[in-house]
Design a protein around this ligand. Structure first.
Ligand code: ADP
Ligand code: MG
Length: 792
């Protein structure tokens, strides 16, 4: 990340350094008094035709003219600021430009054998390490690399170090969001000045050796020595840290082609050099032009490698090395022109800030803890009982899941909002419940039915061949075609409802049956709904449903019996007893066990309802008291405000009475919550018991229905078959043999059965289909049973 220094647009600093000479042409080269301008004057009769009859005087204004300047002064003038700002995070680039022999290498590297004459490079390293020593507040690391670009090829001048070794693949310039780096270039961590110097010398040596062994002219290559600085604050737990690079560039000689009549290798070198230097100039000028958004960095290796270190956001210094000799005036002019063009370029240095992920996490954790404390204080001031903001554990999630289920079932009116995390978990659990229900429905369907894709004609025709379905895909024997056919589930119902409640019921059922009806021989499975044994279910009549429920809680009987009891004796009476009468008998005989469980469940249900109503009353009472307390508190508060408030160090002083009221209110709210929680639990239990009661009633009625038909309406021959047992059991009576109940009775039964459907009318077609299918199944079984009996 770059952070620009506001309003600090800077120009590229351009200096000119004149190489000392014994015969300095004073009449041709003049310096201004400000030591910043340099004038070149040519006599008209100069032998060099090029300048004849053309402009003869040039004046260049630069940032400084270094004439007879010591290495020390050059460093102070040119490099010192750039280096010191690099430690604050600003990239810096210092380049030496000029014709071969004008003193670029002398300026940059200096005389390696003479300390006094050392150049910018060793001095920069010294300054960096000196500054690190001074900055005890920061942990600063230094790395260096030394790159040479020769004929557009990259060479690592430090690859000879034993621990580096030559790179197997050629180096490439890689760009990433952090900047530009050269893949394959060795970068060396240096903890002290001396190591850094060793590296510098290693590189210099390689530069010289390469010029011999590879027959390459060292003045034809660009050399970039880079110092990488990374600075972390030791004192601040700041996750930000800064990085910077100082590029010290010794450019190839700028002399132009043609002067020496170059050919072959030299020509090639010269072409590359001219190109790269002119690209460098183009890139820098483009950088200075704020209207330009494309900078041609990739045109050559030099500009590409320096992409994040040129112009733009870094400190840039150009040292133009010139000869102080009349014979070199043409190149000198060319170099000075380059310098003055560079000087016009503006840059906007910016700090390279990066983020230390580890520190950032630590700081965020700290802040989180603080905010939590803040929240706790806020809650206690707002009289909220302790709210937990931590991530939820399994138990809490399970609780939310149960709330959501109860909410969906309708036993919970609303889910209280506690905090954001809880809200999110509620939504999450909605999704969980929904997808579970979908799966349950599907697996329930698959258990029972073979689902065939409507578009799978092969499968459909196979089923048709087997005689199980008619051409429309309806099961054989479905006159209305509304039953459970083949293909996509052909009914509309609310996803999951029945199956889900059925499962919950099953799950729940096993508990009270075992616990409160321990002697019950009926297993969960046996108590399960068996719609196969019921009549078809018809849409409910709204009022009746409620009516039936009310009745069932007040009376202990599931079936209203107004007629007097009649004894049911074998042999079978010529006229069957009325259904209510027969029902009484059934409850005492065959249905006694179910009836007992049914009654037990109902008494539990009633007991829970009573408790729920008591709890509701208590809650109301507490609510009232809360209201009165609040009112009293308000009065007290108003009084205090009227009398003038006392403050002590920003804290409000309240009297004891008000304080006690606050405490009381807090206590009441706590009670209120506890009671409310109880009520919620009770409601869940009530819902649960209600299911049990419903299912028991259903079972009782179903069994009764079968028993009644078998006892009074089934022909004698079938009775024999039933008695001989084998494959026919109650519930397997062929439906075509079962005499229908009277209009009224059937109606009543249908209504009763409707009350067993908690889902409402949408589910009717679903159950109808289910019942029909089961009936068909049982019918086929019974027929087989009868055939076997007849054979005997
Ligand atoms: P370049 O790198 O530009 O080709 P060099 O730095 O190699 O030129 O300089 C050529 C020669 O001139 C070297 O022997 C160097 O020591 C000498 N020289 C260059 N500038 C100075 C200077 N300012 N003072 C003393 N000697 C210099
Ligand atoms: Mg040189």
């Amino acid at each position: 990340m770059l952070r620009p220094r506001m309003g600090t647009r800077k120009k590229v600093h351009a200096f000119v350094r004149v190489k000392p000479t014994d015969n300095f042409p004073h009449e041709m080269i003049r310096y201004g008094d400000d030591n910043k301008s340099i004038d070149i004057l040519l006599k008209k009769d100069t032998r060099r035709g090029v300048v004849n009859n053309q402009q003869t005087d040039w004046s260049f204004k630069l940032d400084g003219v270094l004439h007879d300047a010591s290495q020390d002064l050059v460093y102070e003038t040119v490099a010192k600021d750039v280096v010191s700002q690099a430690l604050d995070g600003y990239n810096g680039t210092i380049m030496c430009y000029g014709q071969t022999g004008a003193g670029k290498t002398y300026t940059m590297t200096g005389a390696t054998e003479n300390y006094k004459h050392r150049g910018i490079l060793p001095r920069a390293l010294q300054q960096v390490f000196r500054m690190i020593e001074e900055r005890t507040t920061h942990a600063i690391t230094v790395r260096v690399s030394y790159l040479e670009i020769y004929n557009e090829s990259l060479f690592d001048l430090l690859s000879t170090l034993p621990y580096v070794g030559p790179s197997a693949t050629p180096m490439t310039i890689v760009e990433n969001p952090q900047g530009v780096f050269i893949k394959g270039l060795s970068v060396h961590l240096t903890s002290q000045e001396e190591d850094a110097f060793s590296l510098l010398f290693e590189g210099e040596t390689n530069r010289v050796i390469a010029s011999h062994t590879m027959n390459k002219n060292s003045s034809r290559s660009h050399c970039i020595f880079t110092i990488y600085v990374e600075s972390h604050s030791r004192t601040l737990s700041d996750e930000k840290y800064i990085t910077s690079k100082i590029n010290l560039v010794d450019l190839a000689g700028s002399e132009r082609l043609g002067k020496t009549g170059s050919e072959g290798r030299v020509l090639k070198e010269a072409t590359y050099i001219n190109k790269s230097l002119s690209f460098l100039e183009q890139a820098i000028i483009a950088l200075g032009d704020q209207k330009r958004d494309h900078i041609p960095f990739r045109q050559c290796k030099l500009t590409h490698a320096l992409k994040d270190s040129l112009g733009g956001n870094c400190n840039m210094v150009l040292v133009t090395n010139i000869y102080g000799e009349a014979a070199q005036l043409e190149e000198t002019l060319s170099s000075l022109r380059f310098a003055s063009r560079m000087k016009l370029v503006t840059t906007e240095p910016a700090i390279n800030e990066k983020y230390d992920a580890e520190r950032m996490v630590k700081n965020l954790e700290k802040e989180l803890a603080l905010l939590k404390q803040e929240l706790a204080i806020h809650d206690s001031l707002a009289n909220r009982t302790l709210v937990n903001y931590d991530p939820m554990d399994e138990v809490q999630i399970a609780e939310i899941n149960s709330q959501v289920r109860r909410y969906l079932e309708g036993t919970l009116d609303e889910i209280d909002i506690i905090n954001l995390r809880q809200i999110q978990e509620v939504f999450n659990q909605f999704r969980v419940v929904l997808s579970q229900q979908e799966q349950e429905i599907e697996s329930a369907l698959r258990r029972k039915y073979t689902l065939i894709d409507k578009n799978d004609f092969a499968a459909i025709s196979a089923v048709q061949k087997a005689g199980l379905a008619d051409v429309n895909g309806h099961l054989v024997g479905e006159p209305d075609g509304q039953g459970f056919g083949l293909g996509v589930i052909p009914f509309s119902f609310k996803p999951g409802k029945k199956i889900k409640s059925k499962k919950t019921f099953k799950d729940q059922l096993s508990i009270p049956v075992r616990k409160e009806g321990a002697s019950s021989p009926l297993s969960t499975k046996e108590l399960d709904i068996s719609p196969s044994k019921t009549q078809l279910i018809l849409p409910p009549r709204d009022g009746d449903v409620k009516d039936m429920r009310d009745r069932e809680t007040s009376s202990t009987e599931p079936f209203p019996s107004d007629s007097p009891k009649e004894e049911l004796r074998p042999p079978r009476p010529s006229t069957p007893p009325s259904k209510p009468v027969a029902f009484e008998d059934f409850k005492n005989e065959r249905g006694s066990e179910i009836n007992r469980i049914f009654k037990e469940n109902k008494s539990i249900l009633n007991e829970r309802r009573k408790r729920a109503s008591e709890t509701t009353q208590r809650i109301n009472a507490i609510k009232q008291e809360i209201d009165t307390t609040k009112e009293a508190l308000n009065v007290q508060k108003a009084l205090r405000e009227k009398q003038g408030e006392y403050e002590n160090k920003g804290l409000m002083i309240i009297d004891e009475e008000e304080f006690l009221l606050i405490l009381k209110l807090k206590d009441l709210k706590k009670q209120y919550r506890a009671e409310y929680q109880d009520l919620r639990d009770l409601r869940a239990e009530i819902q649960y018991c209600q299911h049990l009661v419903d299912q028991c009633r259903h079972r009782l009625l179903t069994e009764f229905d079968i028993w009644y038909n078998e006892s009074f309406f089934i022909p004698e021959d079938l009775q024999v078959a039933l008695k001989s047992g084998c494959s026919i059991r109650p519930g397997m009576v062929p439906i075509n043999r079962v005499v229908s109940l009277g209009e009224d009775d059937q109606d009543k039964f249908s209504q009763l059965q409707q009350t067993m459907l908690p889902e409402g009318p949408e589910s009717v077609s679903f159950y109808n289909a289910k019942v029909k299918t089961e009936q068909k199944h049982n019918y086929l079984k019974a027929i087989t049973g009868l055939q076997q009996v007849n054979k005997k």
